[in-house]
Design a protein around this ligand. Structure first.
Ligand code: ADP
Ligand code: ZN
Ligand code: ZN
Length: 731
């Protein structure tokens, strides 16, 4: 007897290899089993998708290769997981195999079955011990704070919710405590006999929120054991990733704390997915399958809930609803999704407006503190060339004197974005990109932030020999330098000099340095912190009372329709770092330097009026049929020449004329990207739009073979790669 498993492997949709490959096996293999299979002369890891006892029509024994072996001892990936992966592949126009294999820890490919068995055993042992102290009692947990009225209200409503929940909570309203309590509730529920209950907690960038991890550990390790919380993110070593992944897959870990990749973690007992800062663009992957982890989280919760309901009907899953008092039955048999933000994405906001999501609000700050007052500085009235307005510097000096801290935000690292010669007009362009190289004064380099090309700063203008080349514009290094000068005579409350520090991708490049810098701020060793947007995110700083944004104007007039939304979120998040201690909140301020103080965005910001801002933005989007009122995809092409990139795109458009749903689709002409050339590769894109998501999906699926064919057209010679980006974040 033989079986004919269809196996998915890591081939991109564009490789021309089908969705799955058929192999032969003497044994029946459960769907979801990890197997090694031959591919050409190599052996690769694959996942069994199906295992019929009959060969597919037209296939003979001689044509099929045998499965080399299965990773025994590892439970198969369950059906819900496979459903998630299939959906993601379909929706984002990739193969299921590419999504599946990218979601598995890379080290899994290198393990053989015995190594795996050993690892699993070791893990099981390790996690069995720490649960209880020697006398059989769990170590005492730190007391949990009493919930605020708003938190208690939200948790009560969350319990009854049967739609995705959007938690719209002001900065400092205590969203984390809601996540912790919701997690606790789930973990205390009995599992379904096959797996204990589990929670997936997603964050945009784990390194930026070391506090969150320690809060989850402190809260749950005393209750559920030292192995209860694991992390999953790309900053981990392959070995760490494998360990976390296995712990989640086998149910030993109860909580997975991770970045966007964690949405694909195998969690057999999943009952709650939390997406913190759900508006954050880093939830959208920018390579491979360009998925939105937030959107997939919503989908995943739905699939998990449906599966639990089906199993309950079949009588396999745990307690029946009727056997339990109150609403508990319902909560035991579903997987909830909770999206949290002080500045939700317009997509989620709109879904809540329509009633597809349930919006729960926490407008107040913990302790009753107020949000900082907005102060706009009209740069038209400041001395020419001033980087920092004098009243702002004076306000900062005053705060430092009182022992308070300030944050200064600007979105460009380095000293200056360009170095220029005023005699001949030379600028520090990158020879490989259509972008300027940034002047880094500290190590005297010109660095391209797109391709990494770095050179020492020339002594004189490379074109005309003029010695007088100078920086244009400003970055974090320069603002740090200027502030140190301007605040040189300012004394702290204890009489010492004011201390200015900087935090950006450059200052935090070394492993562990970010934690050190955050700790210095928390412990009060720094009075003013200058940094990029990484200082605006999520941190619970206790002594900051003034936040300043010094050059955000470019986002007001960017062509990208999401730029205002992003700027508003950034400024609101930044403001949210100030006055988190209620006793200091009344005097806390958010300063914004701008040349356009009349811009309507600032009027909403002044009132902390996100709903008003969102309503305006949504009205604009609606009139332009933009998302979430219309649906978009980008076809992107990289090529040796701009002409080849555009020729490929335009041919793809022309040859798609006869495809299904073409009449519901608008294809725009190919255009170069804003930064047209990066690392000597020319980039272009073509926008695809439709009022119907379904029509767009069907069109894109039918378009794939056309794209493959266009790749080999003579005019597209020099094409390096192409990719489809569904629901792109910036167009
Ligand atoms: P958010 O994520 O909504 O901006 P946080 O979750 O960081 O806010 O909470 C803000 C601060 O309030 C934190 O220092 C947190 O420890 C504290 N906090 C939250 N809930 C409570 C509570 N119920 N009682 C006391 N302090 C709380
Ligand atoms: Zn010159
Ligand atoms: Zn470059």
């Amino acid at each position: 007897m033989a079986f004919w498993p269809s196996v998915v492997i890591a081939t991109p949709a564009h490789s021309g290899i089908g969705a799955s490959l058929t192999y032969r096996s003497e044994l029946s293999l459960a769907p979801g089993t990890l197997v090694r299979v031959p591919l050409g002369s190599r052996e690769v890891l694959g996942v069994v998708w199906d295992c019929p006892a009959e060969p597919p029509e037209g296939l003979t024994v001689a044509q099929t290769k045998s499965v080399v072996g299965a990773l025994e001892g590892l439970p198969p990936l369950n059906e819900r997981w496979r459903q998630l992966v299939s959906f993601a592949g379909r929706y984002y126009q990739r193969s299921a195999g590419e999504v599946a294999l990218a979601a598995l820890p890379p080290q899994l490919r290198e393990l053989d079955a015995t190594q795996l068995a050993r690892r699993l055993k070791r893990r099981a042992k390790a996690s069995a011990q720490p649960d209880a102290a020697p006398d059989g009692h769990a170590p005492p947990a730190a007391p949990w704070p009493a919930l605020s009225v708003e938190q208690a209200q939200v948790l009560a409503e969350l319990e009854c919710a049967n739609a995705p929940v959007l938690l719209f909570g002001a900065t400092g309203s205590g969203k984390t405590e809601v996540y912790l309590r919701a997690t606790q509730r789930v973990l205390e529920q009995a599992g379904d006999g096959q797996a204990p209950t589990q929670v997936l907690m997603m964050v945009p960038e784990i390194n930026l929120t070391p506090q969150l991890e320690s809060r989850f550990r402190e809260r749950f390790e005393p209750l559920f054991g030292a192995g209860a919380v694991v992390c999953l993110h790309s900053g981990m070593t392959p070995a760490q990733r494998l360990t976390s992944w296995l712990a989640a897959h086998t149910g030993q870990a109860r909580i997975v704390l991770g970045t966007r990749m964690a949405v694909f973690a195998s969690l057999p007992g999943l009952r709650l997915i939390v997406v913190d800062e759900e508006h954050d663009p880093s939830y959208k992957s920018q390579d491979g399958a360009r998925y939105s982890a937030r959107d997939l989280a919503v989908y995943r919760a739905k699939v998990e809930t449906e599966a639990l309901a089906t199993e309950a009907v079949a009588g396999r899953a745990g307690p029946q609803p009727s056997s339990l008092p109150g609403g508990e039955g319902a909560s035991a048999l579903r997987c909830q999704v909770l999206l949290g933000s002080a500045t939700p994405s317009l997509e989620s906001w709109h879904a809540a407006d329509q009633g597809r999501y349930l919006r729960l609000e926490m407008p107040g700050r913990i302790g009753g503190g107020s949000l900082p007052r907005l102060r706009l500085v009209d740069m038209n009235h400041q001395p020419k060339g001033a980087v920092l307005a004098l009243p702002l510097v004076a306000a900062m000096a005053e705060r430092i004197g009182r022992g308070e801290q300030c944050l200064v935000l600007l979105n460009r690292r380095g000293y200056a974005p360009v170095l220029a010669c005023h005699a001949c007009g030379w600028k520090s362009g990158c020879p490989h990109c259509s972008a300027y190289r940034v002047f880094h004064k500290l190590d005297r380099t010109l660095r391209c932030h797109h391709c990494g090309f770095t050179e020492r700063v020339p002594r004189a203008c490379p074109d005309c020999g003029n010695l007088d080349i100078s920086p244009v514009g400003r970055g974090t290094e320069q603002v740090e330098e200027q502030l140190a000068g301007l605040l040189a005579d300012v004394k702290r409350a204890d009489g010492g000099p004011a201390r200015v520090a900087r935090m950006d991708a450059d200052s935090t490049r070394l492993k562990g340095s970010l934690e050190v810098q955050l700790a210095a701020l928390h412990s009060g060793e720094v009075d003013v912190l200058v940094g990029t947007q990484m200082i605006a995110k999520g941190h619970d700083f206790r002594r900051i009372t003034l936040v300043a944004s010094v050059n955000a104007d470019s986002a007001l007039f960017a062509s990208d329709h999401r730029a205002p939304e992003r700027l508003f979120a950034l400024l609101m998040q930044a403001a949210g770092r100030a006055g988190r201690d209620a006793t200091q909140s009344a005097a806390s301020e958010m300063w914004v330097q701008t040349w356009y103080p009349q811009h309507p965005l600032f009027a909403s910001l002044k009132k902390h009026d996100f709903p008003g801002f969102a309503a305006e933005q949504l009205a604009e989007r609606e009139s332009a049929a933009m998302p979430p009122y219309g649906f978009q995809a980008l076809l992107r092409a990289d090529a040796r020449t701009q002409a080849a990139a555009q020729a490929f795109l335009n041919a793809a458009a022309e040859q798609g004329t006869a495809l299904p749903h073409r009449d519901e689709i608008t294809l725009y002409p190919a255009v170069p990207l804003t930064i047209q050339r990066v690392a000597n590769v020319e980039r272009a894109q073509l926008l695809v739009e439709s009022p119907s998501r379904a029509a767009l999906q069907r069109f894109l699926a039918a378009w794939q073979p056309v794209l493959l064919a266009c790749r080999s057209l003579p005019e597209a010679r020099g094409l390096v790669r192409f990719a489809v980006d569904v629901d792109p974040l910036s167009i």
